[in-house]
Each structure stands twice: as C-alpha cells, then as structure tokens.
Design a protein around this ligand. Sequence first.
Ligand code: NIG
Ligand code: FE
Length: 440
Amino acid sequence: MSAPASIDADLLVHSAQVCTVPPSAAVDPEPSAIRPAGPQRGSQLGDLGIIADGAVAIRDGRIVALGTAGDLRARVSAAAEINAAGKVVTPGLVDPHTHLPWVGDRADEFEMRVAGASYMEIMAAGGGIMSTVRAVRDASTDELVEANLPRLDRLMAHGTTTLEMKTGYGLTTADELKQLEAIHRLDQTHPMDVAATFLGAHAVPAEYQGRTDAYVDLVVEEMLPAAAQWSQRKQRPLFCDVFCEAGVFDVDQSRRILVQARELGFQLKIHADEFEGLGGTALACELGAVSADHLVTTPEEDIAALGRCQTVAVSLPGTPFGLGHTGRAYTPARSIMAAGGALALATDLNPGTCWCESMQFVIALATRYLHLTPAQALAAATLNAACAIGRGDSAGTLAAGRPADLLILNIPDYRHLGYRFGTNLVETVIKAGQVVVGPG
Ligand code: NIG
Ligand code: FE
C-alpha cells in the first residue's frame, strides 16, 4: 500500500471547528451527483457541514484540501501554519446588499427620526435619499473612492470578504456613471470582491418631482443603455435594481425598468415590501430576478411565489432596527422558509436607514427578530448571500478548488455568532489566501 500523496500548501489552518456551509440539499437525492452551487432552500437552511477538529490547506489563493486536522497535518506540507485550536473557521461573510459608495452623512435626520419623524416623511420633505444625492453629485470620483475605502477596511475587519454595491445617489446619467466608476475602482483597489448594481431608480430626483413617469423614461431610454455600454466596456456585469415602493416607483414602473434592463443584459434585483407590499416580490419571481430584497410587508401569495422560483429572498434586519421600527417590522423569514424559499441576509449599509458595517450584527438581529438559529443565520450570511449576487459558485462555501476566503473567529463554537453582539468576534480574515486582517 503506497502512502497517500503529500499536498504542498502555502498555509494550513488547523484544529478549528470548521463550518464548510455546503451548497444545496442537506441530503443529496443521488449521493453520486455533484452538488449544484445552489442556495440552501426552505428547511434545508442551516446545514453547516461541520468538521469538528478540522483543517483547511491553501495554495495560490485557493483551497487545496479540507478535512480533519489529523488527516491534513499528516498529508500537507505547508510553508506556514495557524493553530486555530478552540476557534471557529467559516467562509468569509458575504454582504449582498449595500448602498456603498456615498459621501457625507445624515446624522441630522437620525436625530429627527429619534424625535418622531418617519423616514418617508423626511424623504417627502426633500431630505432622505435626496440629501445624499446632493452630496454625491458634488463629489468627484476620487472623493467617492477615498471616502469609501476605509468603510471597506472596516467591513473586512468584521468578516465581509465579498459584497454588493449600488449606484442610486447620482440620479442623472453622468452621476450614476460616476458612481459605477467609483465602484469599479474600489473593487480594483481593495482586496474585497465587489458585485455592482445600477439603481438609477432609487428615488425620483427633485427636478422630476411629480413627473415620475418622465424620470422612468429617462432611466429606460438613456441611463440603462449608458450603463449597459459601460458594463461592456469594462467587462463588468451589472445587476439592475429598483426601489419599488408606495410614493416611489410602483409595480408597473418597476416592471418597465426591469424588463428593459433584462433585454440589455442586466441581471435583476428589486427593493420590495420595505414599507408597503405592492407586489414587487411577485414581479421579481415573474421576471427571474436573482434576488428580492427587504421583504417586510410581503403578501402571503408573494411568499408562496418565493417557494416556487429561483429568486433569493434577501432580508435586511438592520434596516427596521436602524429605523427603530417595532411590531411586525421584520422579514417573515420562517414563513418564507416554510414556503421553500431561499433566504439570505445583508446589511443594507447606507447613510439613511442603516449604517451598519457588520454582518455579525445582522446575524445577531436575525436570530432574535427573524427567529433563525445561529446555523441558519450563518448559512444565510454566506452561501445563500453569495447566491443572492450570483456568486454561489465562488463565494460563501469552503470547498477544495474554491477561492480561499475564510475567517478565524475567536469563539469556541459557531453558536457564539449571534449569541454575542457588539464586539468583533473575527480574529483573522484570509482573502484569496492572504491574511488581510490578523490578531491585534
Ligand atoms: O434600502 N429604501 C431605499 N433605499 C435604502 C435607503 C437609502 C437611503 O436612505 O439613503 C434602503 O433602506
Ligand atoms: Fe437598500
């Protein structure tokens, strides 16, 4: 009997509780079949694929072997080792919905909201999204990049290794393209992996007040073709998103924008049911959107639709928390799971409703207000979150051959995620095989 082949590695992380978060079904219908890179749907959510005393070997930025510490320490010859005994290893967290990049802040509006004004009242009075639009219009691409790099550092220090960013604070063709350019440069400058979304229909800008259809014309006839050309020139695929909400864009206007976007080659997303359930989630399913996001006031029939379509339901519990909403303020996550839907988590990071740079805090909220177990919340913040930005085959799962994006958490058991909040539990962040955040 010959000895098992030895594996060369740059780095071996060993002796941790390793959560691999495998794609798709907890029980393979055919054990021989290769698991498709799909989300964990419905009651399957929460399969962490734990290796109790596990190890991960990394070479050239990718995972080359995964297994028990005993097995890998015998077979792997590594240039460097990290002994993670008593700690937890997970995939890098994925944040599939942020409103980066922006400049400025809205601390004044936060104070008004605390004193009783509602988010939609402030928006109707010309504040809200429009205040950030004014700031972003005044900023250069360089200023946008500069202001947002430190945010990416903080996100990464809290465990996020892949995220989505949107436009939507420009609302003119030139200013939306400027935001896309900033997103592109942030992705090129920072180790974070970035998925980009065009959200020209984030708000009706002041100069189109009372003429929403005319603004939709501008989005459809000018902005979308310009963004599609930019996307081709940069070889960077784009999502198209719409804020489908009472007083913003209704279902018909959202449909017009998304149908045109799909024809131009965009994949689709939607902001639906944040305040009123208009039917945006059913629209997302009908159009084959990759995700439908927010989903607080989602009608029963739209929840049922999520169980029958591929659209990932992205919950953003930091937003109702950030708005101080109580009562039925959070995504009906258990109903979505009962219907067989695929549930993911994201921050919604933005200067208005939710300035939260920590997916760990989102997991803590999801355990309490969405009633997810820590295992369900972790799968929703990794694999399913990756699927919500079409990256289920490259992010959110630890497996041989995949990019080595992983975290070492200074906790003895994954259930401390969510249980503990307000302190950063991430000790080490490894992005594409490189230690980008280390202890101390
Ligand atoms: O997802 N609801 C629309 N957009 C953001 C808020 C953006 C802002 O207020 O600047 C959200 O909550
Ligand atoms: Fe949002």
